[in-house]
Design a protein around this ligand. Structure first.
Ligand code: MV4
Length: 526
């Protein structure tokens, strides 16, 4: 089979023996680009796949080979297991990296890869399945001695029993759907008399959303922080953790800003929750990179929430503070190599913050605002990393996640990381799109954020952060203003009988001057 696209790209000189010869990336956008970069650094030939909406995307241009999947709809492209595994087999890829989203946590996909003799770069399907079931995962963690929020097994239909259970836990309690996710089927119950109606609502919502009305109770944690621990497990029984990330700045269960370390986690706490995370993934028979999510109560207690069985969007903040390349680690672990570092080799240095640059309008409740990138100037300089998957001229498709890029900045201290992020955001220009950039600029200057006073209700508590100005393009305006001022001076001088602007360019200034004349009088589009 010959590729639909074969960008001219020589192999990169790898530092060590490549763990694979050729790997297919079953994803798109910034994460596909991130993984392809990792493949090239490892000396591995990269294979991209793409839909009709991504013919000119960066991941296609970066890869050694690219194969067309089909129409833009995810079902017909990035979710088509048969097509993707078929391409991998035919082109001779030894492994597939799924990125995040799409097929990343799909056990059937991982099994299809194994059946085709292809390595799935992620956890074993059985571990993925047992962790995907909330009630099963909760029971497994209790068994393993990992603290979970005080709560109940699935509730019976007996209302009196539910009341008794809620009393035992103490109000407020939270009704959660067993099949849950994304907050669907969740209800906060503040008093006994609310139980019958809220229970019916939660069951109804769970039945509609998941086809399963099983619900259970948990103590409701007020103003919790979302703190998650990165883990790395090899196939030989070694498991280490790479510290935590705080992801409390989110809206409607979509994270917007993440950082590492968490402002409230000290070295002792890190060792404790790191140990809990290691215990959690061991209990599940987990191998490869994964994330253990905790809720942190205001009293400092940590409770297990769930395991994310994939490389996460926010993985770069961990890479920047630990110096560990998670994509390289995933490739080596998937190839059966043992981890080359122990827990004692993991050191966190400084602080990193990630801002998700999303094609959304913060003023319109963060609704997607796809469009075409007209001009792009990514930020750079010391401590700045910009991970993106597009370039000028690219149209952000409406079919997929509107994340267009991630800005990750490192500093020796949290304050330095904030200053750098603010500076980089001011340099960043994405012309043609409405994005979250002005929102991020405002957050970096916000007192509560600077003080590290974060929790999952942060944006609800500070609605002023959502009321952002349109991107002002101050530097562009300054350039135009300077040009207009220059033109006016020149025109005034020529009226006085002087000869043009003077200097070398002056003699050829006839045409530009007349253009500026139009600009000065009627405006460009006037
Ligand atoms: C909670 C909670 C408070 N108390 N559980 C939301 C989605 C699901 N993954 C877990 N979620 C929560 N569970 C108890 N017992 C608050 C949330 C929650 C939340 C958690 C993490 C990140 C953002 C959140 C936003 C709202 C609510």
């Amino acid at each position: 089979m010959s590729p639909d696209r074969t960008p001219r790209r020589p192999m990169t000189p790898a530092a060590t023996k490549p763990p694979f010869r050729k790997v297919l990336v079953a994803n798109r956008g910034e994460i596909a680009v991130r993984i392809i970069r990792g493949l090239h650094e490892a000396g591995i030939r990269s294979v991209a796949v793409y839909s009709d909406a991504d013919r000119t995307a960066l991941h296609v241009r970066f890869a050694h080979e690219a194969y067309h999947l089909g129409p833009p709809e995810p079902r017909a492209s990035y979710l088509d297991i048969g097509k993707i595994v078929g391409i991998a087999k035919e082109c001779g890829a030894e492994a597939i990296h799924p990125g995040y989203g799409f097929l990343a946590e799909n056990a059937a996909f991982a099994r299809a890869c194994a059946e085709a003799g292809i390595v799935f770069i992620g956890p074993p399907p059985a571990a993925m399945e047992s962790l995907g079931d909330k009630v099963r995962a909760r029971a497994m963690m209790i068994e393993a001695g990992v603290p979970v929020v005080p709560g109940t097994p699935p509730l019976s239909a007996d209302a009196a029993e539910v009341v008794a259970r809620a009393r035992e836990i103490g109000f407020p309690v939270l009704i959660k759907a067993a099949a849950g996710g994304g907050g669907k089927g969740m209800r906060v119950v503040r008093s006994e008399k609310e139980i019958p109606s809220l229970l019916a609502q939660a069951r109804g919502e769970a039945a509609t959303a998941f086809g399963d009305d099983t619900v259970f109770l948990e103590k409701f944690i007020q103003r919790p922080r979302h703190v998650e621990v990165q883990v790395l497990a090899d196939a030989h029984g070694s498991v280490i953790h790479l510290g935590e990330r705080e992801c409390s700045i989110q809206r409607r269960h979509q994270k917007l800003i993440e950082e590492s370390p968490s402002p409230v986690v000290d070295a002792e706490t890190r060792a404790r929750i790191g140990e809990l995370a290691v215990r959690a993934v061991r209990a599940a028979g987990y191998v490869n990179a994964g994330t253990v999510e905790f809720l942190r109560d205001e009293d400092g207690s940590f409770y297990f929430m769930e395991v994310n069985a994939r490389l996460q969007v926010e993985h770069p903040v961990t890479e920047m503070v630990t110096g560990v390349d998670l994509v390289q680690a995933m490739l080596r672990v998937a190839a059966g190599e043992p981890l080359t570092m122990t827990q004692d080799d993991v050191h966190m240095r400084g602080h990193a913050i990630e801002c998700r640059i999303i094609a959304e309008d913060p003023k319109r409740n963060f609704t997607p605002a796809p469009g075409t990138i007209r001009g792009l100037r990514p930020p750079a300089g010391p401590g700045v990393r910009y991970d993106d998957g597009s370039s000028a001229g690219y149209t952000i498709p409406m079919f997929y996640d509107p994340l267009v890029a991630k800005l990750i900045c490192w500093g020796r201290t949290r304050r330095e990381a904030i200053a750098r992020t603010a500076r980089a955001l001011d340099e960043l220009r994405i012309d043609g799109l409405t994005t979250s950039v002005p929102f991020h600029r405002k957050v970096m200057r916000h007192r509560a954020f600077i003080e590290g006073d974060l929790h999952t209700g942060f944006l609800a508590e500070h609605p002023e952060l959502l009321d952002v100005d349109d991107d002002p393009w101050l530097d562009e305006i300054a350039v135009v203003a300077a040009a207009v001022a220059h033109f006016r001076r020149t025109e005034a001088r020529s009226k006085d009988g002087e000869s043009g602007a003077g200097g070398g360019a002056g003699g050829r200034a006839g045409r530009p001057a007349s253009n500026w004349k139009r600009a000065g009088r009627g405006g460009w589009r006037g």
